[in-house]
Design a protein around this ligand. Structure first.
Ligand code: NAG
Ligand code: NAG
Ligand code: NAG
Length: 356
């Protein structure tokens, strides 16, 4: 039996409940619905990076070229910082050991390994103790940009002699002996005022540009990044020290490129292929070659992955073929090679790869 009071009150109660439910839907709704964007970079990672970048900028602006001591010491020769970005074992390290052998004074090495990846092989001598504090990285995410900037900042801070910064991955191999690469970087002085240039691919004519620009949303890139200044290019670059500082110093474009992509546009989410070329093309186009020294084979690509060479394909002819370039300089590195290629690569290391 219901009391007459409840019967009379129920329309009022219903209306009240309805009214109360509005803020509940607003507050909880977004949490219950699937997210519209891919995961954003954690704030803690961002603030750690900012602190590191500030230190790198500060130390780079205070580091004066030696003047008095110049007369007493020989000025150190410029070094190349090799920056390995990886989420697995650096299987080709025996090949890199051969490559670096005898050139200790001309390079430094730094490795950013995703802390969630499982590395099983013990590091070979040159890689030992060269792992920098790393954070999680994912595909289709600006975390790959962060990792590259972290490597640049760490190398800037570590040694003022680091004058070139080469970004590589675990699936990259060298194509020429170390001295050939070194001479190439140092002999190029076609930048403004006779400066060395960065070897970074910069293009604006690819069909992917439109989708890549809108991957984070419809008008989100403006006003910092107008569509006509948006560029594409491989992240496997060699930057000069001046450009490495420029990249670590940037906050303006990063504010936009760090935005996570929309889930529904995840197939267009490769921010690391746009951030660096866009930034450098805006700030110093004449200081860049606009092509990369790292060869990659995009024939028959699968889901954004280039052709991966397998052991049966490795030969002296392949190496000679991969070196060939239409640009002024021959290719110095190549990707991607499957881990199983180590053995056939080692077999031709002395006779082909490390001989010109
Ligand atoms: C795009 O531009 C680059 C360099 O400016 C050039 O090498 C390439 O052939 C061009 N590609 C197309 C499809 O026009
Ligand atoms: C994009 O999302 C779909 C479905 O969620 C997934 O299958 C695919 O692997 C994702 N692609 C990339 C490049 O992350
Ligand atoms: C590029 O990859 C394709 C297969 O995807 C292969 O047929 C071709 O020989 C490769 N090119 C070079 C120069 O290795």
């Amino acid at each position: 039996m219901t009391s007459p009071v409840t019967t009379h009150a129920s329309p009022f109660l219903l209306a009240l409940l309805l009214l109360l439910s509005i803020p509940v839907v607003f507050l909880l709704g977004p949490r219950l619905l699937p997210p519209k964007t891919l995961p954003a970079i954690p704030d803690a990672d961002e603030s750690d990076d900012l602190a590191l970048f500030r230190r790198a900028i500060l130390s780079s602006s205070s580091a004066k070229p030696a003047t008095t001591s110049y007369f007493f010491h020989r000025r150190p020769r410029p070094k190349v910082a090799f920056l390995f970005l990886t989420n697995s074992d650096i299987v080709f390290s025996p090949l890199w050991e051969k490559y670096f052998h005898g050139h200790r004074k001309l390079f430094n090495l730094y490795v950013h390994a995703d802390p969630y990846s499982v590395l099983e092989l013990p590091p070979t001598p040159t890689f030992r103790g060269r792992f920098v504090p790393a954070k999680a990285t994912q595909r289709a995410s600006p975390t790959l940009i962060s990792a590259a900037r972290r490597l640049l900042a760490t190398a800037l801070l570590d040694d003022p002699s680091n004058q070139f910064f080469a970004l590589l991955s675990q699936s990259c191999i060298p194509l020429h002996p170390f001295p050939t690469m070194y001479k190439t970087l140092l002999s190029d002085n076609a930048g403004p005022h006779g400066h060395h240039r960065s070897f970074i691919e910069i293009t604006d004519n690819t069909s992917i540009l439109h989708d890549r620009y809108y991957a984070r949303g419809d008008a989100v890139m403006l006003p910092e990044v107008p569509y006509d200044q948006f560029r594409a290019g491989s992240q496997f670059f060699v930057l000069t020290r001046r450009h490495a500082i420029m990249v670590v110093r940037d906050m303006r474009l990063w504010k936009k490129f760090k935005l996570p992509c929309l889930v529904e546009r995840n197939y267009s989410c490769y921010p690391e292929e746009h951030y660096f070329p866009t930034l450098l093309d805006m700030q110093d186009p004449a200081g860049c070659t606009k092509y990369s020294l790292t060869r990659v084979n995009w024939t028959d690509q699968v889901e954004g992955h280039p052709h991966t060479y397998h052991p049966g394909e490795v030969s002296a002819n392949l190496i000679r073929e991969l070196r060939k370039s239409n640009a002024k300089y021959s290719y110095m590195f190549a990707r991607k090679f499957a881990p199983e290629c180590l053995e056939p690569l080692m077999e031709i290391a002395d006779s082909v790869i490390l001989r010109d």
